[in-house]
Design a protein around this ligand. Structure first.
Ligand SMILES: *[C@@H]1O[C@H](CO)[C@@H](O)[C@H](O)[C@H]1NC(C)=O
Ligand SMILES: *[C@@H]1O[C@H](CO)[C@@H](O)[C@H](O)[C@H]1NC(C)=O
Ligand SMILES: *[C@@H]1O[C@H](CO)[C@@H](O)[C@H](O)[C@H]1NC(C)=O
Ligand SMILES: *[C@@H]1O[C@H](CO)[C@@H](O)[C@H](O)[C@H]1NC(C)=O
Length: 396
């Protein structure tokens, strides 16, 4: 056999060089790798192998001594008082509870004081209670959850505008905490406490961002199906589920969570805060959890995950609830979509398009279904859009 030694030598040299180069690149990118690949690997390992979040109960239960500085001196209760409130929004509890209205859905929109236009767009479209009542026969209450404007100099001016807005529409719920990203957990607590006190009879409670689009006819249909199913609408927490998400340790991230706040490699499962629904019994459980758990985690959807975990509730995935990102604009999507995230200016046109009864008429029947499945595969399974609905949604 003829062996060319010189050739081998050359090959090995090349191999060595390439390996060296790859190593260099890996070393250079290690920071990034550490954050993305390694933290996810660690987190998924934890989620799927260890898969016990027992520590959460004990670590987050409020003991007599407050942890993490002064954040929870009030015991995590978020004992803030209401600046604007509508106790009678769902009827009133005069004595035996006969005064309550039959409410299908209590819908909280997490808004900020200066987002007047977004609120207006919602009132004009999917949040129009009288439309939902007259067209769908659905009793829905839409309220906006707010804190105070973060800029002290603008606060009184914005507050005056808010009071006027509330005079006109009567749908703002505001407490006297500063409305910032890091106070979102406080806003979550507001929602569950308000629901517990003023609307405990609602069959479902939903929490949504103010830049979301909700296809109310589809949502109402889905909720009614749940209500009439033989198991009833119990033990339900539905949305776009994040499983085994790792805490983000990068200091420059908005979602940065320091080690001493959450030392474990993985969060319990939770639904994206963009929009999720819980049934009445789960809302009551979450309320109870907020009374005894520390609200030191300021990412509200993660805090919700911790509360649910402590109460033995796990989230359910629905492929047409969005996480980040918008739904593709197409009738074959409108037919199924529940929520879509990241809308501001286009809420009105989308509402028009998505609720037009003639929009689906071309897509009925066997051929229509086949065509729509093909379109959805094109839209959802090819990597055009950023994480809206999963490819699985194409086949439902
Ligand atoms: C936390 O405590 C609740 C109630 O005591 C219990 O139902 C739940 O299973 C516990 N969760 C874990 C993960 O141990
Ligand atoms: C919450 O505030 C109210 C009135 O400001 C007060 O009466 C109540 O004791 C407070 N509750 C707690 C748990 O601090
Ligand atoms: C809300 O819906 C009702 C009933 O369909 C309609 O009369 C009203 O104009 C709508 N309001 C807005 C602001 O679009
Ligand atoms: C949250 O609101 C409280 C009450 O207004 C305020 O003292 C605190 O600084 C706010 N926290 C953040 C992180 O903005």
């Amino acid at each position: 056999m003829f062996i060319n030694f010189r050739r081998i030598h050359k090959c090995q040299c090349m191999q060595l060089l390439t390996t060296g180069l790859v190593m260099c690149v890996v070393m250079l990118c290690w920071e990034e790798l550490d954050h993305h690949v390694v933290s996810h690997m660690r987190s998924y390992t934890y989620r799927y192998l260890v898969n016990s979040y027992d520590f959460l109960n004990s670590s987050f239960t409020i003991t007599s001594k407050p942890h993490y500085g002064s954040v929870n001196v009030d015991g995590g209760l978020g004992n803030y008082s209401y600046l604007i409130n509508h106790p009678g929004k769902c009827g009133s509890s005069d004595g035996d509870g006969k005064g309550w209205d039959d409410v299908l859905l209590l819908l909280f929109v997490k808004s900020s004081p200066h987002n007047f236009e977004r609120r207006q767009a919602i009132r004009d479209t999917w949040g129009n209670e009288s439309f939902l009542w007259s067209e769908l026969g659905a009793s829905v209450r839409v309220v906006f959850a707010l804190g105070m404007h973060p800029d002290v100099r603008l606060r009184s001016r914005v507050q005056t505008a808010l009071l006027q807005e509330d005079q006109a529409y009567g749908d703002l719920i505001q407490q006297n905490f500063v409305d910032t990203f890091h106070n979102l957990t406080t806003k979550l607590i507001l929602q569950f406490h308000w629901g517990h006190k003023y609307c405990p009879q609602a069959h479902f409670l939903m929490s949504a961002d103010d830049d979301i689009f909700i296809h109310m006819p589809n949502l109402v249909k889905y909720l009614r199906q749940l209500l009439s199913s033989h198991t009833g609408a119990k033990d339900l927490w539905v949305g776009h589920v994040h499983r085994g998400a790792p805490p983000i340790r990068r200091k420059d991230s908005k979602y940065h969570v320091p080690h001493d706040l959450y030392p474990w490699p993985s969060y319990p499962d939770y639904t994206a805060g963009a929009g999720y629904v819980v049934s009445r019994d789960v809302a009551a459980k979450i309320y109870r959890a907020t009374l005894v758990l520390k609200s030191s985690i300021y990412i509200d959807d993660v805090f919700m995950g911790i509360c649910a975990n402590a109460m033995g509730v796990s989230p359910k995935e629905h492929v047409y609830f969005s996480g980040e990102g918008k739904a593709p604009y197409h009738p074959c999507i409108y037919d199924h979509m529940i929520t879509s995230h990241g809308h501001a200016k286009d809420v009105r046109s989308l509402w028009q398009a998505a609720t037009d009864p003639t929009v689906y008429s071309n897509y009925r029947g066997y051929m229509g279904n086949l065509y729509c499945t093909a379109v959805r595969v094109m839209l959802l399974c090819l990597p055009y859009y950023q994480n809206t609905y999963s490819c699985m949604a194409a086949f439902t």
